[in-house]
Write a protein that binds this ligand. Structure first.
Ligand code: C5P
Length: 397
């Protein structure tokens, strides 16, 4: 439960995306948050307060003069216990009011009276999104420290296509969770590799490693949440890029090696999570090898790939380098010997049987202070612990 003990106010404004706010409440509550819904009058034309009341388990407020709140101070009463105020969907009209400090209903008055973070997930027609007035209002809100989630691009309820769709509830949930994470890596830059590499034999065949990229992508997300500027050099995987992360897609180990060297300058940390193929075919063929065309099965001559992590760690002024060791046995012995041979301060070991391909993992950190086993946990939780350890090592440098 990633939002346990968090109190959120969810503001819902008038727009067709209001129906998705119902699903958002369900997701927030499932993660342990208590959610107080406040609706504008316009929002009640799209979804009724009863829907939100049933999903949040709390009465819904729409009116600043609601007699259920003692001393007529709903805007103060409801916002004082909040850890964050989220408006989803936030209409163009709502953004305009917020940018100008208007307070003509309960929601906008609460925004002015709050003492917690404000997140908005805009939703509107693409022309409204691109209108100079909206662009101006968003710039003002950003400068005021408001976090803007999205919007996405795509089909709109009006039949048009373009920017202005509200992010999906799952994506908004991810953003809310991210904002609660400690900013251990604020101002730092982190480069990482993830996924497998694919070494071509011919146009349709190749040598690769089993790797989903999930652990590497979780670390990219956790580092971004912690405030780092993150560049992810990724082999072929079926994962979407975490929000706010710059992804560069590569295929082979040679491409990954070249891209890492292109990107490395200015990074404080390099984390090598990729399962890089140790060997590549010496001469990949331009045409498909045909079965039965020769009497002997074809022999494939292999060449060793460069050690990306080893090469970065050997730079004259290397960033803090972190490696991974996925082993099928004798984890501590192999991980520690890799840490020494590559001369890196931290290596993360895991037994293949514990985490391969799944959502959970069991990791042990090996550094100069010894072994630190982490409890079995979802990959994102482990990634956050690893990021905290990286931040502590950076402090000591
Ligand atoms: O012993 P091995 O080289 O397999 O160590 C694994 C670690 O080294 C991982 O962090 C992996 O990402 C990195 N590595 C690399 N380039 C290679 C092979 C491994 O960066 N060619």
């Amino acid at each position: 439960m990633e939002l346990a003990e968090k109190c959120l106010v969810l503001g819902v404004t008038g727009g067709i995306a209001a129906y998705k706010a119902a699903e958002l409440v369900r997701l927030l509550v499932r993660e342990g948050a208590s959610v107080q819904v406040v609706m504008t009058e316009a929002a009640t034309h799209f979804v009724t307060p009863v829907t939100f009341q049933a999903l949040s388990g709390r009465p819904v407020f729409t009116d600043q003069w609601d007699p259920r709140i003692a001393n007529n101070m709903a805007h103060i009463e409801l916002s004082r216990t909040a850890d964050a105020l989220l408006i989803a969907p936030a209409s163009a009209d709502c953004l305009a009011k917020l940018a100008n400090g208007l307070a003509d209903d309960l929601l906008t008055t609460m925004v002015l009276a709050r003492d917690c973070a404000l997140h908005v997930a805009p939703a509107m027609n693409r022309q409204m999104w691109e209108n100079p007035a909206t662009i101006r209002n968003l710039a003002t809100l950003r400068a005021d420290g408001v976090n803007i989630f999205g919007p996405a691009c795509g089909d709109q309820a009006c039949g048009e296509t373009g920017p202005g769709r509200m992010l999906e509830p799952e994506e908004i949930l991810g953003e809310v969770i991210s904002h609660f994470q400690p900013k251990h890596l604020a101002g730092k830059r982190l480069l990482l590799t993830a996924g497998p590499t694919f070494e071509a034999i011919d146009p349709v065949r190749g040598i690769t490693n089993l790797s989903t990229g999930k652990m590497g992508y979780a670390i990219a997300r956790a580092a971004r949440e912690a405030g780092a500027q993150v560049t992810l050099v990724s082999g072929p995987v079926a994962l979407s890029c975490p929000p706010g992360v710059k992804r560069i897609a590569v295929t082979s180990a040679l491409e990954m090696h070249a891209e890492v060297h292109r990107q490395i300058a200015g990074n404080d940390v390099f984390v090598a999570v990729a399962a890089v193929a140790d060997y590549r075919p010496a001469r990949p063929l331009d045409q498909k090898i045909k079965k039965g065309a020769q009497t002997q099965p074809p022999a494939i001559e292999l060449r060793q790939n460069p050690d990306i992590l080893g090469d970065i760690a050997a730079l004259p002024q290397p960033p803090l380098c972190v490696g991974f060791a996925a082993e099928s046995e004798r984890l501590a012995e192999y991980a520690e010997s890799k840490r020494r041979s590559k001369r890196i301060p931290l290596i993360v070991g895991n037994l293949i049987a514990d985490g391969f391909g799944g959502e959970q993992n069991t990791l042990t950190l090996f550094d100069d202070d010894g072994q630190h086993p982490l409890p079995p946990a979802p990959k994102i939780a482990l990634a956050r612990l690893l990021v905290a350890r990286i931040a502590a090592l950076l402090e000591k440098r």
